[in-house]
Design a protein around this ligand. Structure first.
Ligand SMILES: [Zn+2]
Length: 90
């Protein structure tokens, strides 16, 4: 099961929300370090559908290749600044 890693630019820390967690709870969208929280409307209308769409996409990949007995592909979305941090390290 997937998870979201949320970077809090207020305190510079991160937290994770797992698919099995209660998405609708205020806890899920609140930074556990500084207690700032993501706007409820943005969370429900943008973040959750995007997460669901990625999960669905991976389920489709799994279905396409289920005859192989292994899941051949999984997709992670990595935000831009992490991508540049990775390429800088190379
Ligand atoms: Zn924070």
């Amino acid at each position: 099961m997937g998870m979201l890693r949320i970077h809090c630019e207020v305190c510079g820390k991160t937290w994770e929300v797992y698919a099995r967690d209660d998405w609708k709870s205020d806890n899920a969208r609140t930074c556990p370090h500084c207690f700032e929280s993501i706007d409820r409307q943005t969370w429900e209308q943008s973040i959750l559908p995007a997460f669901g769409a990625m999960q669905d996409a991976n389920r489709e990949l799994m279905k396409d290749y289920c005859g192989y007995h292994i899941q051949k592909y999984k997709v992670d979305y990595i935000e831009d600044y992490e991508v540049s941090a990775m390429t800088e390290r190379e």
